[in-house]
Design a protein around this ligand. Structure first.
Ligand SMILES: Cc1ncc(COP(=O)(O)O)c(C=O)c1O
Length: 367
């Protein structure tokens, strides 16, 4: 099978599985227990916290483990209170739906305009921020891979005395990310996008943020997330983070060379449009459209040939709507409906790229 959907999820790395297994077998202690088995589990969580902190250059004491990127976003959105909250129209549903859920907490929800190029407008081109306004802006888009101008927004939000969150779920492990250098207040991460297990993620939170528990119980995770920790998943996330840090440059250059190869070959298909082509994108991501084609149908035909791609966000698959990301960029509905997203990973090969293009061209020739 050719797996080209690494922005949806990744296959857990063998080294991650090896690290996790003991915590599902003989090292099954409860991290809150005082005896040795418990202390081993506690120490494994501490190590994982250091590994995740190291990947994103943040203090370990500010890493809160969650059940994934969605819960990290839910924490972040519920920490914004009494402010006007700005978010772009291309945020993931894990942001937009959590904003809707907390809408009574905000004075107003405002939209950051998205340019046709695939990035949000600059603060200068937007209505001025008022004192205390907060912003949630993703670091890189899950569909187009477009890297967002976060630093200019950080400056403006800080100048206005507000807080800023970034959903870095797609960026981490695919580009260098430093919580310290970005100067954001909150950052969401997910384990299964970086060859770690599903159901685990983290929220990094800064000194000016007051987090409130979403679920109560014991005093796990700084008293912010009651419930016995998923030790094996946290250990796996930690290992995945360690590997992502060690292998980052290699992964970027490998996926970039494949993406360039893919892009060059796709260019020979008449009318094919690469979305967000003119802006910096994640090395591994390429979303394109072919006018008059139905992206979902093409996806199913590719599936029959044992090739897995996405038509956009995995969470939008199956719904008849066109991608809100492409809609926000002003892409015409007929072109947006033809969208296919290829997201490459560390074990993909040049041969797979060539095979994909060859199968795609054969399918297109039948239309
Ligand atoms: C940008 C973005 N944010 C959040 C999420 C949700 O992360 P998780 O699946 O870990 O809940 C995703 C998943 O696709 C995503 O792409």
């Amino acid at each position: 099978m050719i797996y080209f959907d690494h922005n949806a999820t990744t296959q857990p790395d063998e080294r991650v599985l090896d690290a996790m297994l003991p915590y599902l077998q003989h090292l099954y202690g409860n991290p809150s227990s005082l005896y040795r088995l418990g202390r081993i589990a506690r120490s494994a969580i501490d190590t994982a916290r250091e590994q995740v902190a190291c990947l994103v250059d943040a203090p370990a004491s500010q890493v809160l483990f969650t059940s994934g990127g969605t819960e990290a976003n839910a924490f972040a959105m519920s920490s914004f209170q009494g402010c006007r909250l700005w978010r772009s129209a291309m945020e993931h549903p894990a942001i937009t739906e959590n904003i809707s859920n907390c809408v009574r907490k905000y004075q107003a929800v405002k939209a950051l305009a998205v340019e046709a190029s695939g990035v949000v407008s600059s603060p200068e081109a937007t209505e001025a921020l008022q004192h205390g306004d907060c912003v949630s802006l993703m670091l890189a888009n899950n569909e187009t891979g477009a890297i967002q101008p976060l630093s200019s927004w950080v400056e403006s939000v800080k100048a206005a005395g507000g807080l800023i969150h970034t959903d870095a779920v797609q960026a981490v492990g695919k580009m260098p990310v430093s919580f310290r250098d970005l100067h954001v207040d909150l950052m969401s991460l997910s384990s299964h996008k970086i060859y770690g297990p599903k159901g685990c993620g983290a929220l990094i939170w800064g000194a000016d943020v007051v987090l409130k528990p979403l679920q109560r119980g014991g005093d796990q995770e700084f008293g912010l997330r009651g419930g016995t920790e998923n030790v094996a998943a946290i250990v796996g996330f930690g290992k995945a983070a360690e590997l992502a840090k060690l292998e980052l440059e290699q992964r970027i250059s490998h996926t970039l060379s494949l993406r360039i190869r893919l892009e060059q070959q796709l260019k020979s298909i008449p009318g094919l449009v690469v979305f967000a082509e003119q802006v910096p994108r994640l090395a591994n991501t390429l979303q394109f459209g072919i006018p008059e084609m139905n992206g979902e149908m093409l996806l199913m035909q590719l599936d029959q040939k044992n090739i897995a791609v996405s038509s956009g966000s995995a969470c939008a698959t199956g719904s008849e709507q066109i991608s809100p990301v492409l809609e926000a960029m002003g892409v015409e509905a007929v072109l947006a409906k033809s969208a296919i997203r290829v997201s490459l990973g560390k074990s993909n090969t040049a041969l797979e790229v060539d095979q994909f293009v060859s199968v795609l061209k054969t399918l297109l020739a039948k239309h």
